[in-house]
Ligand binder design. Structure first.
Ligand SMILES: [Zn+2]
Ligand SMILES: [Zn+2]
Length: 224
């Protein structure tokens, strides 16, 4: 499966960086995970990467924060299905529904397409924290490598998310925003770590795991 970072706080030359996150997965279907903060920046980065909104068959939104759903207008179209945590406000679901083929509300762990799963809505403890879904991606078939977890901001806590992802296979790696996650030692057992977006301890992670840390920025393409 090919993954392309389309929107991130950092960017390769020729692409724009901005606070937010979006990543395109080329699985059985083309899935956009999150949309960044700005529709204009998302459109321009997509254009530079040769991507058209009509190519996107599914959009999966991690959580209802502006830096993940702000770019929606650049990618909604009449044939796209949009997977959102069930807890999204009624107003947001309604406005997405008016411009998309379908809004799929997610609460439990589920398969989106073969090889791409959702953790379901998670939140930190029993508190009133924001609910968020993360995606869980199967790595290349037959290699027995396990799964790669793709997070938006990891508000439910990266460790909780990784624990929830284990139902889909042995953990191979993690990509995305880790927010304030600081139990860096717990990443030891993973084979690949790609801290993106809001990850506070990006530099420490890169320093601690130079052999498995992958630089993240708009324009980066990786194969898993
Ligand atoms: Zn957030
Ligand atoms: Zn964020």
């Amino acid at each position: 499966m090919k993954l392309r970072i389309v929107y991130d706080n950092e960017a390769k030359e020729g692409l724009e960086s901005d606070w937010g996150f979006a990543c395109l997965l080329e699985a059985e279907k083309k899935i956009l995970f999150d949309t960044g903060a700005s529709a204009e920046i998302l459109s321009r980065n997509m254009k530079r990467l040769g991507l058209k909104k009509e190519d996107i068959e599914i959009i999966a939104l991690s959580h209802e924060h502006w830096d993940h759903i702000g770019g929606l207008d650049a990618v909604l179209h009449q044939n796209v299905a949009v997977y959102v945590p069930r807890s999204f406000t009624r107003g947001t679901k309604k406005s997405i529904g008016e411009k998309a083929a379908e809004v799929v509300e997610v609460s439990e762990p589920a398969d989106i397409v073969p090889g791409v799963h959702t953790t379901g809505e998670l939140r930190a403890g029993a508190g009133a924290g924001i609910k968020e879904q993360s995606l869980v991606l199967d790595t290349k078939e037959g290699e027995g490598e396990g799964v790669v977890v793709l997070t938006g901001c990891a508000h439910p806590g990266l460790e909780n998310i990784l624990e929830a992802a284990k139902r889909f296979g042995e953990l191979y790696g993690v990509i995305g925003g880790f927010h304030g996650f600081d139990n860096l030692k717990s990443l030891e057992k993973l084979k690949m770590v790609m801290p993106c977006h809001c990850t506070v301890h990006k530099e420490e992670i890169r320093r601690m795991y130079p052999e498995k840390a992958v630089w993240c920025g708009a324009g980066v393409v990786i194969e898993i």
